[in-house]
Write a protein that binds this ligand. Structure first.
Ligand code: BDR
Ligand code: CA
Length: 322
């Protein structure tokens, strides 16, 4: 069975992605690495531990990762607009009891337990390892810089982020995860590391409605009620910011689902880079200088079997939320 590592900036859809992974018998979740993004990295790690405990998997280790973008001199604190989407605590204001466990590592400018773990896991599991990043790509960029050979040996890398054929969600061109650390994303995309990009091109087509989550509260379990409360907050933010979608986009869960079953999406092979300048900073673009290169490093998901994914998502969530 494939081993799975999730790299999370634990917001509401990251929490659903984690639940989807735990509910997927096709993969074994062996560890979680964390990053700044929807919340500060410490909060991300504590949210991961709390949700793991809630879902009956408290033993999964959680590693503290990047606390800031590659070029920043200070730890990252999310803007107020992010709290409107994911809640001040990142999980929609839901009160989930704290885990008895602590994250591995301390946060500092030069120490990064997540990167150490990722490289060790790559050396241990090699092609049996699947790595899914649903936040900024800072940890992956640092790991590639430190040990490219180990990181190239990982079986599959799936990244939630970017937008190739549709507008961004934080600016005209940029998606949030890419925009949060454009230098890291650009380094990853130019590294030659093969990966699948699950961006807004497909994630805006998989939408969860209030009706879909009604059964979660009805289940009466602590996990069902906590997830319903988180996702109600998240859907509320979409009703304000993107009412045309009719619910919330399942960005991060789709990335995990594609890692488990790549046939859920149709993808274009290309080489990518990230715009680092001006008003389009953070936008993913096809690298025109490498269009003719026969060796394409990225598979960009452009079509998705939304009905099949949504049915898998609802079934797996129902199973794990009780
Ligand atoms: C991505 O940004 C974050 O807010 C979400 O968790 C998701 O990973 C969507 O653009
Ligand atoms: Ca995320």
């Amino acid at each position: 069975m494939k081993k799975l590592i999730l790299d999370l900036d634990m917001g509401v859809d990251d929490a659903m992605a984690l639940a989807y992974a735990i509910a997927s018998p096709e993969v074994e979740l062996v560890g979680i690495t964390t990053c700044f993004g929807n919340v500060r990295v410490e909060q991300s790690a504590h949210n991961c531990l709390a949700v793991l405990d809630l879902l009956g998997r408290p033993e999964v280790p959680v590693y503290l990762g990047a606390d800031r973008p590659l070029q920043a001199t200070e730890p990252y604190t999310p803007p107020a607009s992010t709290a409107l989407i994911h809640g001040k605590n990142g999980i929609g204001g839901a009160s989930v009891p704290a885990s008895p466990y602590e994250p591995v590592g301390a946060t500092s400018a030069d120490g990064n337990a997540a990167v150490d773990y990722l490289i060790d896991a790559a050396r241990t599991y090699g092609s049996d390892l699947v790595y899914v990043a649903t936040g900024p790509l800072s940890n992956l960029a640092l790991a590639l810089e430190r040990d490219a050979a180990a990181m190239m040996s990982i079986g599959r890398v799936v990244v939630m982020g970017g937008a190739l054929t549709v507008p961004g969600n934080v600016s005209a061109g940029a998606e949030a995860n890419m925009a949060s650390d454009p230098e890291a994303a650009d380094a990853v995309l130019r590294s030659g590391r093969k990966l699948t990009m699950v961006g807004l091109d497909v994630t805006h087509r998989v939408v969860l409605t209030r009706r879909d989550i009604a059964g979660w509260t009805g289940s009466g379990t602590m996990a069902g009620c906590a997830f319903a409360s988180m996702v109600e907050h998240y859907i509320g933010s979409y009703e304000m910011n993107a009412p045309y979608l009719g619910g919330c986009a399942l960005h991060d869960p789709l990335a995990v689902a594609v890692a488990v079953d790549p046939t859920l999406v149709g993808a274009l092979g290309c080489n990518l880079r990230v715009d680092l300048l001006g008003e389009y900073r953070g936008r993913t673009i096809c690298d025109e200088r490498r269009l003719s290169d026969p060796d394409k490093s990225a598979l960009v998901a452009l079509t998705v079997d939304a009905p099949r994914f949504l049915s898998e998502f609802k079934a797996r969530m129902a199973r794990i939320l009780g």
